[in-house]
Design a protein around this ligand. Structure first.
Ligand code: ATP
Ligand code: MG
Ligand code: MG
Length: 552
């Protein structure tokens, strides 16, 4: 894990500390809008902001940027707290809400009006658009731009008192309608919205805009480095304008490239469509790019933090390969998860020369990567399940698994040889008959006879039946947002992203584990127990396969 800062933002902070710009103080914040669940892009921002604070002995605030009442919900606030904590970060007592500043924000707006730097505009939405101009043409001043300070103060107060309808008036900063930066063309500061807010109820019917709220919130909280994504680069002059014209403390805004991950979409606006239109089972569907989805799928916080560390912090937007995330997941699970035997595509094997009612137990190492994980006993008997893929009737020479007449090792147990193949009326193989060699107990032969293949197995009499869910990418296109061909991101949904295997069999000990439990099924993949599990029918999500597609 991170030993120290390595990114360009850390370099800026180091320099600021040298020059004493903020008296050596480092104060960051993570400012989510509670209008959806957090995704892996947010994880990058969380790791960055909390990481910088930690590395520089500073602080990081969790601030809910909750100024848009219609789209925000308490459910989202709670899920965001859960996800930040789960990722391993702690805001301690530094929990803030932009809505706590509504009173101060109002007073600051009044101050701008009094200084002649803001005015109440009464153009219609359409006129406002017209007056704004275009990238190549300057805008025009609104006829209301020259209203007197007294009239502006009166109108703004009456806006607050609810005397006007939505959209009737707008408070705007008086900057420059001809600015080449469209954002500086008299941006809106306050709008009328007669909607209840999840924290302030019906106290307010005017709400401050993001560009007005964000910088002031940063200033009030004495943030030093206000880290945000590149789309806000053009907003930086406005951020500075507001604070300068109010004459209050000014943090510095620093932009970095947002994370884009292949075969996923990331914006909450799109994720919410997947949820509401039923493409997934919910925000925490294991195929979602949300933190809660990844948690349910079995990704660990360490794996996600390592991934965020690995991708680094850049100034230019790029697309990160999903395989790199899986690489981080496998790396952590390989080191920390215990191995068990689970058969996801069962084929019955009867060992003809093994006694009918006998059960014996074999000792298994829980994790060869970690001797401290200990051992466990696994029951063995006459009738077993093996993986269907581990048998082939007309096997080529190089198939080192089971085939008629060939011998393999059953992991830690015995050598077995296939003597007969039983088929149903359609010619499908339904059962194998084998013989075992009692002299190979433990999985090795006294006579030095070698076998190449080692198969996993479970004893039918002892196995627990479970459901297994296999996942593929939710989208078939590397960048589902690529719409050059006129397509919508939902046109690229993968119809086969979820495969449910209702009858799989695992070692009895796995019948007792709780949701969230992670392990490896030997040779099959990493798995995590799903919240849909019941004691009668555990459900396992496949977190990932064992094979790495990521090339370092
Ligand atoms: P979305 O479009 O997904 O809703 P957002 O930027 O509107 O994202 P916020 O809740 O405002 O979401 O984001 C909180 C913080 O997380 C912001 O500082 C934002 O810049 C950062 N963030 C959001 N998406 C990403 C991403 N893909 N990569 C890195 N940081 C991100
Ligand atoms: Mg935002
Ligand atoms: Mg958004």
């Amino acid at each position: 894990e991170s030993t120290g800062p390595k990114n360009f933002i850390a370099a800026i902070i180091e320099k600021d500390n040298e020059t004493g710009k903020y008296d050596g103080r480092v104060a960051t914040r993570f400012p989510p809008e509670p209008n959806g669940y957090l995704h892996i892009g947010h994880a990058k921002s969380i790791c960055l902001n909390f990481g910088l604070a930690k590395n520089f002995g500073g602080t990081c605030n969790l601030r809910f940027d909750d100024t848009n009442p219609a789209k925000e919900e308490v459910e989202y606030v709670e899920s965001i707290k859960d996800d930040v904590r789960w990722l391993g970060f702690d805001w301690e007592e530094r929990l803030y809400y932009s809505s706590d500043y509504f009173g101060q924000l109002y007073d600051f707006a009044v101050q701008l009006i009094k200084d002649g730097k803001a005015y109440v505009d009464s153009l219609s939405a359409e006129e406002t658009r017209e007056y704004r101009g275009t990238l190549t043409e300057p805008g025009k001043d609104s006829p209301y731009r020259t209203r007197s300070i007294d009239e502006n103060l009166d109108l703004f107060e009456r806006m607050k008192n609810g005397e006007f309808a939505n959209g009737e008036h707008l408070l705007r900063a008086k900057i420059d309608m001809a600015s080449p930066n469209m954002i500086m063309r008299d941006p809106a500061l306050y709008r009328i919205r007669k909607v209840d807010h999840h924290r302030t109820g019906d106290k307010w019917c005017i709400y401050p805009m993001y560009d007005f709220t964000h910088c002031i919130s940063d200033s009030i909280e004495k943030i030093t480095h206000s880290v945000c994504t590149l789309e806000f680069e053009n907003n930086r002059p406005l951020y500075n304008w507001v604070l300068e014209n109010l004459g209050i403390y000014r943090p510095q805004q620093i932009e970095f490239a947002r994370l884009n991950l292949s075969y996923t979409v990331m914006s909450k606006r799109r994720l919410i469509q997947l949820v509401e239109e039923g493409y997934v089972s919910g925000w925490d569907d294991p195929r979602m790019s949300t933190i809660s989805g990844m948690r349910r799928r079995g990704y660990s916080p360490v794996a996600i933090r390592n991934f965020c560390e690995r991708i680094g912090v850049a100034k230019a937007t790029n697309m990160v390969d999903f395989a790199l995330l899986e690489f981080s997941v496998r790396e952590d699970l390989n080191a920390h998860s215990s191995r068990y035997m689970g058969v996801i595509n069962p084929l019955k094997v009867v060992i003809e020369n093994y006694p009918e009612d006998k059960t014996e137990e074999f000792e298994f190492q829980n994790n060869p990567e970690d001797p401290e994980a200990g051992t466990r006993m696994v029951p063995f008997s006459k009738v077993l399940y093996i993986e269907r893929d581990d048998f082939m009737e007309d096997a080529p020479k190089k198939f080192f698994r089971l085939a008629p007449g060939r011998e393999v090792r059953l992991r830690y147990a015995y050598y077995v040889k296939c003597t007969d193949v039983i088929k149903d009326e359609n010619g499908e193989v339904v059962e194998l008959r084998c013989t075992y060699d009692p002299d190979t107990r433990g999985g090795w032969s006294k006579d030095g006879r070698k076998v190449k293949g080692t198969l996993h197995w479970v004893s039918v009499a002892h196995a627990k039946e479970v459901e297994v869910r296999l996942y593929e990418h939710l989208f078939t296109r590397e960048n589902p947002m690529d719409n050059k061909d006129g397509s919508d991101f939902k046109d690229h949904i993968n119809p086969d992203s979820l495969k449910v295997l209702p009858k799989c069999y695992v070692e009895p000990i796995l019948g007792e584990v709780e949701p969230g439990f992670r392990c490896q099924f030997e040779r099959v993949g990493y798995f995590c127990v799903d919240k849909d599990s019941t004691p009668e029918k555990p459900v396992f999500n496949r977190t990932s396969t064992l094979r790495d597609t990521w090339k370092k």
